[in-house]
Design a protein around this ligand. Structure first.
Ligand code: SF4
Length: 327
């Protein structure tokens, strides 16, 4: 690990000022991803600004929903009575991720910033446009079992690895940030980004911006569920995951939200499937047709081709369960 300096400010304003003072600064919260990256020298910050003691640890009612401070540990968020009662899909997604020890340490804000698990990103002997822009992509033409089937580019086919963010995508959360130019709010769908020709950027944060909170609007009506398919029963990243919220009236789909994990460089909101389902009979046939519409542009690269039929089945199965079409 490269030597670095460290400080622990006592306010967001002081943290932002500290970030601006020294080039090569990174914020650190739980450190569950950043420390691994530093040990591998994929991240070599000159200075760490520790935000773990900032007073950003509250979960409170907010405009009919909830406001979640960026330093709320994942374990606490999943166990919060209001989250369990009103945002079950979020609690399920958090508990599907990592391990108990990691969830105890990982923060809500930091969870959004975890980096891809593409093996070529971590192997400094291989080219990777995300690690070293312009060097190429080892995964294209390589072993790409966990890689993207939607929204990829010729420069990067990595996937966003998290679970919590997939539920937040379905819940239409917003990300509250504070930075050198003041506070701003980012719609969740605009927070993570597709790779395009700049895969080194995972999200739309500006330099020095600090996540201070997430806001969850009042949940939509209906039943909700997070389903994750992975290679092991625990402590594994999603091959495909689905966060779904379905409301059925008179046997037809009155409203639906669907987000997918493990398939793209960002949590993927399945808006084509949502539009296809509105007003349709809430049956397995409708759900399969909607999944097919969403996945029509999906492309595998050989070793991940299986994800396309897998995603189709996981979407249809999850919605069918929510509709009561399958026990
Ligand atoms: Fe790097 Fe993205 Fe290619 Fe993986 S898929 S090697 S992260 S450029």
């Amino acid at each position: 690990m490269q030597p670095f300096t460290y400080e622990r400010p006592n306010s967001p304003e002081a943290a932002i000022a500290a970030f601006a003072r020294q080039p090569g600064t990174r914020y650190i919260a739980g450190g569950t991803n950043l420390l691994d990256l530093m040990k591998l020298q994929l991240e070599t910050p000159a200075h760490l600004v520790d935000i773990s003691r900032l007073e950003l640890g509250d979960i409170e009612p907010h405009e009919g929903g909830l406001r979640v401070g960026a330093m709320v540990p994942n374990t606490q968020l999943a166990a919060d009575p209001a989250v369990r009662a009103r945002y079950a899909v979020l609690a399920e997604a958090i508990l599907a991720g990592a391990s108990g020890q990691l969830r105890n340490k990982a923060s809500t804000g930091g969870n959004l910033l975890q980096r891809t698990r593409c093996g070529y990103f971590y192997d400094t002997a291989r080219p990777c446009n995300k690690r070293e822009p312009g060097s190429g992509c080892g995964a294209i033409g390589g072993h790409a079992r966990i890689h993207a089937i939607l929204g990829a580019s010729e420069h990067c086919i990595a996937t966003y690895p998290g679970d919590m963010a997939v539920a937040l995508q379905a819940l239409d959360a917003t990300v509250h940030v504070q930075g050198p130019n003041g506070p701003r709010t980012i719609a969740f769908d605009a927070f993570h980004r597709l790779p395009g020709d700049t895969p080194e950027a995972d999200n739309t944060l500006e330099p020095g911006e600090l996540i201070t909170a997430l806001a969850l609007p009042a949940p939509p009506p209906g039943r909700m569920r997070y389903r994750k398919v992975r290679d092991r029963a625990s402590y594994a990243f999603a091959l495909v995951s689905v966060a779904a919220i379905l409301h059925v009236e008179g046997g037809r789909v009155a409203s639906v939200r669907i987000a997918l994990g493990g398939v793209a460089h960002k949590p993927w909101r399945a808006r084509t499937a949502e539009a296809a389902l509105l007003g349709q009979p809430a049956t397995q046939a409708s759900f399969i047709a909607a999944a097919d519409a969403e996945l029509a542009p999906a492309r595998g690269c050989g070793t991940n081709d299986f994800k396309i039929p897998l995603a189709r089945r996981v979407i249809a199965r999850t919605l069918s369960e929510l509709a009561g079409d399958i026990a």
